[in-house]
Design a protein around this ligand. Structure first.
Ligand code: FES
Length: 196
């Protein structure tokens, strides 16, 4: 966990945070609600960064927020999810995130700044549908892997790092947006450390 001090001056725009889902695979599971508020319309239209409080996010949960009109996911991956990602590397199209779409922060085995916290734009790289989070139900799509994201439009499959599987229509991994941790439990989506 980062010990970076909170820079309140950077909290220019309040976030959204949103509903938290435990995954479609956990059908019928309770859908806890954390909070919901929005930046101003002016801030949104300007593409402002948004601040996300992940203090109540629990292992296995996913928060959806909106940034620049796009859905952005923040997922708390469990140790088991992280282990699974090693199993299917040979079935992925771009396992090391070599495609030039990637920010440097996505070029590591977990495609994230902290292994347990995954941040991605929740838009399929095929034709822009929104993939579903299949927690515990992804094994029907990829044997040996219980959790992942499945796009219902044309069947693209992505693992828990948003890495696309082979033999599906989506050409690229899910996009990782610019983001920065400003403290242990707060992320700014839309700002990347060291990138102007
Ligand atoms: S839009 Fe996702 S598979 Fe086509």
């Amino acid at each position: 966990m980062s010990n970076a001090p909170v820079d309140n001056g950077r909290r220019r725009f309040l976030t959204i945070a949103t509903s938290v889902v435990g995954g479609v695979g956990a059908a019928g599971a309770a859908v806890p609600f954390i909070a919901s508020w929005s930046p101003s319309e002016r801030a949104k239209s300007a593409g402002a960064p948004v601040e996300v409080d992940i203090s109540k996010l629990e292992p296995g949960q996913l928060i959806r927020v909106e940034w620049r009109g796009k859905p952005v996911w923040v997922v708390f991956r469990t140790p088991k999810m992280l282990e699974q990602m090693k199993v299917h590397e040979g079935q992925l199209r771009d396992p090391a995130s070599d495609e030039p779409q990637q920010l440097d922060s996505a070029k590591n085995p977990y495609r994230s700044k902290r292994p347990e916290i995954f941040v991605a734009v929740g838009i399929c790289t095929h034709l822009g549908c929104s993939p579903s989070f299949l927690q515990g139900g992804f094994g029907e799509k990829v044997e040996g892997t219980e959790d992942g994201f499945f796009c219902p439009c044309h069947g693209s499959k992505f693992d828990m790092a948003g890495r696309v599987f082979q033999s599906v229509p989506a050409p690229l991994n899910l996009e990782v947006p610019p983001y920065t941790f400003i403290d242990d439990t707060t992320i700014i989506i839309g700002e990347e450390e060291g990138v102007a």
